[in-house]
Design a protein around this ligand. Structure first.
Ligand code: FDA
Length: 504
């Protein structure tokens, strides 16, 4: 068959996708969302929806035989990973030759597995990265709209200052101060009031039970509880799960025809469907949307796509590192998995870095201070279509991360010097390694705004085809990216609905 025609299809259910679906639904447009992952709302045999971080099971990972945790080792021993059954779990690690990318799989995309840190970028850097976007409009309208739609909140500072759960952050702040560096509180979508009740012992623990990368059973306002709940509330939006879009073609009447594979949670193929639509919004993330368009261009189903598709990719300068503290400076055996402070050295002209003070919630004292540094790295990677594997391959070398490592090293050398401390070399795999430079959490780019698309995400060469997610941002934004992805999607979809959808 030629498939049923729906007015709008949104691929994926992450930030860009969720914003698009909500605003389409509010405009009265029937919208179908197609998500390759599962809806995470049913408890497993242990009574929890998600598995824990320290003893993960198959729910943790997207079709792996062993978990691939970012902090897999302690004293070079792989203590955190477990053999598991391949399953449609919530966290994926997509391994390319010299870079691995963590992404969320399920209704809510990355919001299911991320740290919830909701940071609005420095205006001056936003203007540098996306000069063609009206920053006045972004900072007066779309960033506030995104923060409110995402339910972003600030920690109660009085509670933060006295709780044992943030001792690690206070220690990190003191050590940064000793080096003349200042810190800033990081807003979050985690419900801080719920966290306080976790600390009181009056509700089940989630952030205070080390939950985050394999999902939070409580407390976190992921997209399924914010934008997507609102989208479903319009009565115009439906979500199909375990539906992966494989190919996109355009028919003579201008509508799009998608081939979609429906699977079961064990990976068995249930059906191959054809679904057609008038307006197609790609919100499959930097990896997903870029791969769909590359495949379409290279196999000729959308042959007029721009040569810019695949370009401008970067890991947002992500580098993890850790320091060893002195015996008299413990970071605490109780650590909230939700970071609350960042070291803000972005105005340093030589090595701008924003570094979150991250937890290492091992349940015992480790004397470790862990950080996720976000550096400014001008290097960019490119996706190319690998026909034999039918997938997008990332051209990015380890050396391209050297500027980010150098910037992080310059910051943490200062902190080590001021505190007479040293790096930990045992946490990032079996080698002796102080800087994790081979994985990232913040993939950005691949379909860059104003290059592969127009200034609003309309894909160059095709009508009624849009990119709405992190692939629009050219490789770097200087802070954790989901607030920017959300705000940009709000800006773009408002224009698109007005000019292309309700008008046509
Ligand atoms: P996103 O990746 O969220 O969603 C894409 C969706 O599309 C996924 O659900 C995927 O399964 C689906 N999909 C892909 N291909 C498909 C196909 N062909 N068919 C159907 N569905 C398909 N950011 C931040 O701001 N603060 C933070 O604290 C963190 N922390 C963090 C921790 C970890 C562990 C990770 C992995 C990531 C973060 N991030 C973060 C990054 C943040 O989560 C990320 O930038 C956003 O989720 C990206 O949003 P997008 O809308 O681009 O896609």
């Amino acid at each position: 068959s030629d498939g049923t025609l729906v007015p709008a299809v949104v691929v994926g259910t992450g930030y860009g996708a969720a914003v698009s679906a909500l605003r389409l639904g509010e405009a009265g447009i029937s919208t179908l969302m197609l998500e390759m992952g599962q809806l995470w709302n049913q408890p497993g045999p242990d009574g929890n929806i998600f598995c824990g971080t320290l003893a993960p099971d198959k729910r943790s990972s997207w079709f792996k035989t062993r978990t691939e945790a970012p902090l897999g080792s302690f004293l070079w021993l792989d203590l955190a990973n477990r053999d598991i059954e391949p399953y449609a779990g919530v966290l994926d690690r997509v391994n390319f030759d010299q870079m691995s990318v963590y992404v969320g799989r399920g209704v809510g995309g990355g919001s299911l597995v991320n740290g919830g840190m909701a940071v609005t970028p420095r205006r001056s850097y936003f203007e540098e990265v996306l000069p063609q976007v009206d920053a006045d409009e972004m900072y007066s309208t779309y960033f506030p709209r995104a923060n409110s739609g995402l339910r972003v909140k600030n920690v109660d500072e009085a509670w933060f200052e006295q709780t044992e759960w943030y001792q690690y952050a206070r220690v990190g702040r003191e050590q940064a101060r000793n080096a003349g560096l200042s810190t800033t509180f990081v807003p979050n979508v985690y419900d801080w009031d719920y966290m306080r009740r976790e600390a009181d012992g009056s509700v089940p623990k989630s952030a205070l039970a080390a939950e985050v990368i394999y999902g939070n059973n409580h407390g976190k306002v992921s997209l399924d509880k914010s934008y997507l709940a609102d989208a479903l509330g319009t009565g115009k939006v439906a979500i199909e799960t375990l539906h992966q879009v494989k190919t996109i073609r355009q028919r003579n009447d201008g509508t799009y025809l998608l081939t979609v594979e429906q699977k079961d949670a064990q990976g068995g193929l249930l059906a191959t469907k054809e679904i057609s639509c008038r307006h197609l919004f790609l919100g499959a993330g930097s990896l997903g949307s870029t791969e769909l368009l590359l495949r379409a261009r290279e196999t000729g189903t959308l042959a007029d796509l721009s040569p810019e598709i695949g370009g401008g990719w970067g890991p947002n300068g992500n580098i993890m590192t850790a320091r060893a503290n002195h015996m008299w400076n413990p970071t605490g055996s109780n650590q909230s998995s939700i970071p609350a402070l960042g070291i803000d050295d972005w105005d340093n002209p030589d090595n701008p870095v924003f570094a979150e003070i991250a937890p290492m919630p091992a349940g015992l004292e480790t004397w470790v201070s862990l950080y996720l540094a976000i550096a400014k790295n001008p290097e960019r990677g490119t996706f190319v279509y690998d026909a034999a594997k039918d997938r997008a391959d990332l051209r990015w070398t380890r050396e391209q991360n050297a500027p980010a490592v150098a910037a992080a090293k310059s910051l943490f050398d200062r902190i080590n010097k001021a505190n007479s401390t040293i790096y930990r070399y045992d946490l990032f795999g079996s080698q002796i390694k102080a800087f994790a430079d081979d994985f990232c959490y913040h993939p950005l780019g691949g379909c860059v705004l104003g290059k592969a698309t127009d200034n609003y995400g309309r894909v160059t060469g095709y009508k009624n085809l849009y990119v709405t997610d992190g692939s629009l941002i050219p490789g770097s934004i200087g802070v954790n990216p989901f607030v920017t992805i959300t705000a940009l999607a709000e800006r773009n979809v408002e224009r698109i609905i007005k000019e292309d959808v309700t008008g046509s």
